[in-house]
Design a binder for this molecule. Structure first.
Ligand SMILES: [Zn+2]
Length: 251
């Protein structure tokens, strides 16, 4: 349903956006551009506090260009505000495609308690700033013990957002958290044992200037990588070696 937009989300093991096949009004959506990308408001109920609110949903995003850490550089629509849904009342925040899933009574209580100091009373889910959603999603998923893979995705999204805002130090902090969680997920979670994610760990380390770790993980990504990924790995390995050379003291 997300068309090419699903590429990034699939690469990161993120559930695809907020396109709901069960959405009966999907056919009435508003058209946004000639590519057929669409967005509209949808009513949702928070599984933690039962608050009813509206959020934006999108479909058929065409990605034209991805950065080497899979951040979307050019697309027919800005995908990032739609990846997460946040309850404007209790701040429960998770992937849009998972937001409707019910939680056990104890999980609801724990999440409500963990988020109680974040409440900011937004009008609707679409009015919640993405940076706030990301903070709340990290708290939500730490509380729910969702695992390092999920946390790494949230921190990676945070690093994209910080880069867009030109906040270099915040970006590095997010990247450090993304990388440390990602490598734990790769070690222990089968669904994270893909060459693309090993490559991603290497690329994040390269961006952090941790060149030894970068080369280590880029090397590990070679195994089972398809032709396109092999090319990308080779390019980023070369870039890493250039950066190591540049860092050496001049004689
Ligand atoms: Zn809520």
């Amino acid at each position: 349903m997300l068309g090419a937009g699903a590429a990034l989300l699939a690469a990161l093991a993120l559930p695809a956006g907020a396109a709901h096949p069960q959405d009966k009004d999907w056919g009435k959506r508003e058209k946004l551009d000639p590519n057929g990308t669409t967005a509209k408001a949808e009513a949702v109920v928070c599984p933690v506090c039962d608050h009813k609110c509206e959020r934006g949903v999108m479909a058929n995003v065409q990605e034209h260009e991805l950065d080497t850490d899979f951040k979307v550089l050019r697309a027919s629509f800005n995908v990032y505000p739609y990846v997460l849904t946040t309850c404007p009342k209790c701040s429960y925040s998770t992937y849009s495609a998972q937001f409707h899933k019910s939680l056990k009574e104890e999980q609801r209580k724990n999440v409500m308690e963990a988020l109680k100091d974040t409440k900011r009373a937004f009008r609707d889910s679409w009015a919640v700033p993405l940076s706030f959603s990301l903070d709340c999603a990290a708290i939500t998923h730490r509380t729910l013990k969702s695992g390092e893979g999920t946390l790494s995705e949230i921190y990676l999204l945070g690093s994209y957002l910080a880069r867009e805002a030109g906040e270099a130090e915040a970006e590095r902090e997010m990247q450090r958290n993304a990388a440390s969680n990602l490598i734990v997920a790769i070690e222990k979670d089968e669904s994270y044992q893909r060459p693309k994610l090993r490559y991603l760990a290497g690329e994040i380390y390269r961006r952090l200037g941790q060149h030894k770790d970068a080369l280590d993980w880029l090397g590990r990504a070679r195994q089972d990588a398809d032709e396109e990924l092999q090319k990308l790995i080779a390019r980023q390995e070369m870039l890493t070696r250039d950066e190591i050379e540049k860092k050496k003291p001049k004689k």
